[in-house]
Design a protein around this ligand. Structure first.
Ligand code: PEP
Ligand code: MN
Length: 364
């Protein structure tokens, strides 16, 4: 690595991290790694040794003894090996065994005390540390954990998007929040982001689709839980794939590059972007006009002693826009978010007109 170069720049894209959810036996760990290495000699090998389970009693990992299996994987296949660390004792064992990388799990990252405590010990390891997003949707907590590691002197840091727990039941086990990834990438542009496709999907059928989306959002790589006999896995069996399926999945993906030097492509893209820029300018102009009408309405409501929020009117706006949105192919969610934001701003503006003295200062 040349001076000033980012530590991960030489790693071929997409960066593949594969291996079982948990190391279970020497045979399972070794055989899985051998099969992965045959097809993907540049992959990194993952296996959890200490498993953070919600309730005690289920399989909690093989612990320290699995470190020797990972050492053997490295020796035999040459794949870099990594595991999860959640306590200082884990880090001590990892240091003694010489792993190539570690990751902090979603439950650890949710706790700033834990991250702070581990950060110093991790900096002594001098190996890459990957930071999963916390369980619940909070992009700042994820970024904060990375900042803590940086402050403690960890030089090689990566982020892993494993989706967020959500009360709403949907297709995902953990809902992806690509907006959080985009935010992280814009605040910390030098940090590579890996998509943990398995923990987002929760089920192997969804994996190709989530992996393709992650690559199209220019994420650096994919973490895919792989087991030589997925059905028999002691943890996360439904989401693990066999090495043969892993190969099929990766071959089915369309790998697009982050940029193109083709002059015709660039010119046409510039033309289209100019069109977008002028539409954006018109959109903003219209929104400014809309807010000035809102302000007038605020004044009128004030004179007539009528409340700002008129729920029936708001529901009617939303219904009308939903119908129009449906016809034009825009998603209901987008319409709700867009008009929700416009309505919130309208309320803020009317509050400013009607309660000038009560204007609240932003906390930030
Ligand atoms: C894992 O990678 O197996 C794991 C426990 O993940 P998370 O911390 O994202 O739940
Ligand atoms: Mn798992």
């Amino acid at each position: 690595m040349e001076k000033g170069e980012l530590w991960w720049k030489q790693i071929p894209r997409p960066w593949l991290i594969a291996g079982p959810c948990s190391a279970e036996t020497r045979e399972q760990t070794l055989e899985t790694a051998r099969l992965i290495a045959q097809d993907f000699p540049h992959a990194w090998f993952r296996a959890g040794l200490w498993k953070p389970r919600t309730r005690p009693g289920s399989f909690e990992g093989v612990g320290k003894k699995g470190l020797a299996w990972l050492q053997q994987v490295k020796q035999e296949t040459g794949l870099p090996v990594m595991t999860e660390a959640g306590t200082l004792a884990h880090i001590e064992s990892i240091a003694a065994a010489g792993m190539d990388a570690v990751w902090l799990g979603a439950r650890t990252v949710a706790n700033p005390f834990a991250v702070e405590q581990l950060a110093h010990a991790l900096s002594m390891l001098k190996i890459p540390v990957f930071v999963k997003n916390p369980i619940h949707f909070d992009a700042e907590l994820w970024i904060g954990a990375i900042e803590r590691l940086k402050k403690a002197g960890v030089q090689q840091i990566g982020a892993i998007h494993r989706g967020f727990d959500s009360a709403a039941s949907g297709v995902y086990r953990n809902v992806p929040h690509w907006d959080a990834v985009i935010h992280l990438k814009s605040v910390l542009p030098d940090i590579p982001v890996i998509c943990d496709v398995s923990h987002i999907s929760g089920n192997r059928l969804l994996i190709p689709q989530v992996a393709q989306q992650a690559l199209d959002l220019d994420l650096n790589g994919l973490m895919i839980e792989t087991h030589f006999r997925p059905q028999e896995a002691l943890s996360d069996a439904e989401q693990q794939v066999s090495p043969a399926s892993l190969k099929k999945i990766i071959l089915s993906l369309t790998i697009r590059s982050s940029a193109s030097e083709d002059i015709f492509f660039k010119n046409r893209l510039d033309e289209l972007r100019n069109e977008i820029d002028s539409l954006d300018a018109r959109l903003l102009e219209l929104l400014i006009q809309r807010m000035s009408v809102s302000r007038k309405i605020g004044k009128y409501k004030d004179e007539n002693n009528v409340t700002i929020l008129q729920i029936r009117r708001w529901k009617k706006i939303l219904r009308t826009q939903h119908e129009k949105g449906d016809l034009s192919g825009l998603s209901q969610e987008f319409i709700r978010k867009l008009f929700g934001a416009i309505h919130d701003e309208s309320i803020r503006v009317q509050n400013e007109v009607m309660n000038p003295a009560k204007k609240l200062k932003s906390r930030k």
